[in-house]
Design a protein around this ligand. Structure first.
Ligand SMILES: [Mn+2]
Length: 424
């Protein structure tokens, strides 16, 4: 289904007065509101195709109605989000779950929905039907060369699909690792992984980037072959200039200082991909900003500061993506909340008085430095984010629109109650 622009206009009419009151108050507090709004308008967060349906846990899955059942419907869902918030103008595909049958038709649909194709994602964490060799004991790291070869060829295949769609990056997340001490020789596992990545890197088009994603644990529980940012950076440095580290917020051990990791990776010019989510314990796949919004703000502070230091374009020079799964919420509602949380954290980071912060840092004035961050964090930027949406043709309150217009009910009428969005 597509959202009618008239529907959005009448929604905005209804909430305009209230919004304007809030916004005019915010402008009294925020000096450079228009410049911040312009940056918010430009900022886009990619939606992964696997986040559009109900995820599950290893104990079960409780599907919701009206899930997208094919690639075209997944794209329509992202188009729907983008129509409402004007900040979700990209989709990230998962191969083999989303193999396009007709590239031209898929590209045409993307153009109609004003979407571009973000990073393509390979999958060697599960065996596909008919696949000759199993990834039970790893893929790119496997002691068996034939298995490594199969995994390399899969990644090359993913690049080909991406090229055909106009994508410009490959994300490699490996489930590889070991569950028990003694199972793996760490050095051999690293070498095998590196050699496999080198073969994939060799066929990467010149304008492409390879994102090496790391994860501390799960599905392997003793060691992971790309377990932390140090290992990812090691691979990226050895691979070459087109390889970068990807930071997924949920892929750290508890209490890791992610903001510091981000700062140093940017300093090294080796951060290029970013996955948003939130967690209380581990890789919990919770809505970004739902548990630790202050940490999200601190991370964005470093992202903005570090990107500015290198003259990077906030909107274009990093691959921003949500990577979460929804067990109990409507996926589209969750994604609207997620994008809202990201935009707020970004707006807050843009709001920081850097002159004041730098002066406080240089004077060892710990209290003043903390005050700059705290005061910024407590400034209400919701109306700024809403104004950015309004100026770019979106809805003042996307979530309210989704409920008022009974979007899920409409999708359910169209698709039924048994469609499944993910390949898990
Ligand atoms: Mn991820």
């Amino acid at each position: 289904m597509r959202i009618d622009k008239k529907q959005i206009a009448s929604h905005n009419d209804k909430y305009l007065q209230q919004h304007q009151q809030r916004f005019s108050f915010s402008k009294t507090e925020i000096e450079n509101a228009d410049a911040i709004i312009q940056k918010l308008v430009e900022f886009q967060v990619a939606i992964p195709s696997w986040a559009l349906g109900t995820g599950g846990t290893r104990f079960g899955r409780f599907p919701g109605p009206g899930e997208p059942g094919n690639l075209e419907q997944k794209m329509e869902d992202v188009g729907l989000l983008h129509a409402l918030n004007r900040s979700s103008g990209a989709i990230s595909l998962h191969i083999p779950w989303d193999i396009p049958k007709d590239y031209a038709a898929v590209k045409k649909l993307a153009a109609e929905l004003e979407l571009r194709f973000d990073a393509v994602n390979s999958n060697t964490f599960q065996d596909q039907p008919g696949q000759p060799l199993t990834y039970k004991f790893g893929s790119l790291q496997n002691v068996n060369k034939a298995i490594r070869k199969q995994a390399i060829e899969h990644n090359i295949d993913v690049i080909k699909h991406g090229v055909a769609l106009g994508s410009e990056s490959l994300t490699v997340w490996l489930a590889d690792g070991s569950c028990f001490p003694g199972q793996l020789n760490f050095r051999k596992a690293f070498q095998n992984t590196l050699e496999s990545l080198q073969e994939i890197y060799a066929v990467l088009p010149d304008n492409w980037k390879m994102f090496v994603e790391y994860k501390a644990f799960e599905p392997n529980f003793y060691s992971m072959s790309v377990g932390d940012w140090g290992q990812s950076l090691l691979y990226a440095n050895k691979l070459g200039p087109k390889a970068y580290t990807l930071v997924d917020l949920g892929h750290h051990l508890p209490n890791a200082n992610i903001e510091q990791i981000v700062s140093l990776l940017l300093m090294e010019g080796k951060l290029a991909g970013f996955h948003f989510n939130d967690s209380k314990y581990g890789d919990d796949d919770l809505t970004v900003g739902s548990i630790k919004p202050y940490q999200l703000f601190l991370i964005f502070n470093e992202l903005v500061e570090g990107m500015d230091a290198r003259g990077m374009n906030h909107a274009k020079d990093l691959g921003w993506m949500i990577d979460a799964s929804h067990n109990v919420k409507d996926p589209l509602e969750d994604l609207l909340q997620s994008v809202e949380a990201i935009m707020m954290a970004y707006a807050h980071a843009l709001l920081i008085d850097r002159v004041k912060l730098n002066a406080a840092q240089d004077a060892n004035d710990v209290v003043a430095a903390q005050e700059v961050l705290k005061n910024t964090f407590h400034t209400d930027v919701r109306s700024l984010v809403a104004e950015a949406r309004l100026r770019s043709g979106g809805a003042i309150n996307p979530l309210q629109f989704f409920r008022d217009e009974k979007i899920r009910e409409e999708l359910t009428k169209e698709r039924g109650t048994t469609t499944i969005a993910t390949g898990l």
